[in-house]
Design a protein around this ligand. Structure first.
Ligand code: SF4
Length: 330
């Protein structure tokens, strides 16, 4: 039996703006199994966070509008549920860790009250028991002196510690799925690694599915099982993490990999993908990456490539994926 937890099928999201319709998500499909980590990678405006917000049911509608697709969670299409049913699922069955813990946490409530509230609201616990649970959670995410610090406010914690509190809140009710949206972007490199390690450990221990949204290929190499690369609201490559690092099958992924600083490339100029991501109000015809692609040919400006099957577990939305794959080999 399949243990697919979440399946997004052909999702489409638009934003109505004064300047026109921004097509933020254009037929995205991906799946996450229980116990699996999927990294969703892309530059700002690629649609990765909008897709996650649609999954969580926290898109502002309007201006956003879901114009097509399905979001199957444990086999049920979330898009057909009433808001009350979705609210019950949020927190209890799926939870989100945001990039900016300081704005996501309530500045006027102690962290103990915020963590405890989850148990009071969803589990009907007394305030005293909920506080004990809050201390337990803070210990679990390795916040030192949890018993003493449970009565402190978010601003009294460092950035890394606040992110640990966000993770504790997300895992409080042991949801089946956690979505972490750029959870380490605001942190320094050492703390980034610690937070990634913590997420990986909790995912393993609790058997959750984890979606890690990031713009940085470098931070997910050690923790993700699979990667979906997004560009202009589409998935352009999907692959097990080691295959993608070893042999990218899409020029955009190859460019992203070449732009990661490496010790072995010391003294060499760092590669940068030319140009900027397209405006979602005016996505280029054909392959949306063609204005920036070093391999672009005439056909790329006319025909939009489908997600070609590279192998059982891999896909690439490039007409010339074979060449790209072989270029990585050579
Ligand atoms: Fe580049 Fe063409 Fe492949 Fe698009 S389809 S990524 S433009 S080679």
């Amino acid at each position: 039996m399949s243990d697919t937890l979440l399946e997004v099928r052909d999702l489409r999201v638009e934003f109505r703006t004064r300047d026109g319709v921004a097509k933020a998500v254009n037929g995205v499909s991906y799946a996450v199994d229980a116990g699996e980590t999927l990294a969703v990678l892309g530059e700002s405006g690629s649609g990765k966070s909008v897709t996650a917000q649609a999954v969580m049911g926290i898109l502002d509608t309007p201006p956003a509008r879901i114009t097509g697709g399905e979001i199957l969670f444990k086999g049920r299409d979330l898009l057909t549920l009433k808001e009350e049913a979705r609210r019950r699922i949020r927190g209890a069955e799926m939870a989100m860790v945001f990039q900016d813990a300081l704005s996501a946490l309530n500045p006027v409530l102690t962290v103990g009250d915020q963590l405890g509230e989850m148990f009071v609201v969803h589990r009907g616990m007394s305030k005293r028991d909920a506080r004990a649970k809050a201390v337990e959670l803070m210990d679990r995410v390795r916040i030192p002196a949890a018993r003493e610090r449970v009565g402190q406010y978010p601003h009294q914690f460092s950035g890394g510690m606040r992110q640990r509190i966000m993770i504790a809140m997300a895992m409080a009710l042991e949801p089946a799925l956690i979505i972490a949206d750029e959870p380490t972007t605001a942190l320094d490199v050492t703390v980034q690694a610690q937070i990634m390690e913590l997420l990986a450990e909790l995912r393993r221990d609790l058997g959750m599915g984890l979606i890690l949204i990031t713009h940085d290929l470098g931070v997910v190499a050690d923790v993700a099982d699979r990667i979906a690369v997004m560009y202009a609201g589409r998935i352009v490559e999907t692959a097990p993490v080691h295959d993608l690092y070893k042999e990218p099958a899409h020029p955009y992924t190859a460019g992203l990999l070449d732009s990661i600083p490496r010790l072995t490339h010391k003294g060499r100029e760092l590669y940068a993908i030319k140009g900027m991501p397209p405006s979602l109000l005016d996505i280029p015809p054909g392959c949306p990456f063609h204005p920036r692609c070093p391999r672009a040919r005439d056909v790329c400006r006319i025909d939009e490539p489908p997600l070609h099957e590279v192998s059982d577990e891999r896909g690439s939305a490039c007409h010339f994926w074979k060449e790209t794959l072989h270029a990585a080999d050579s």
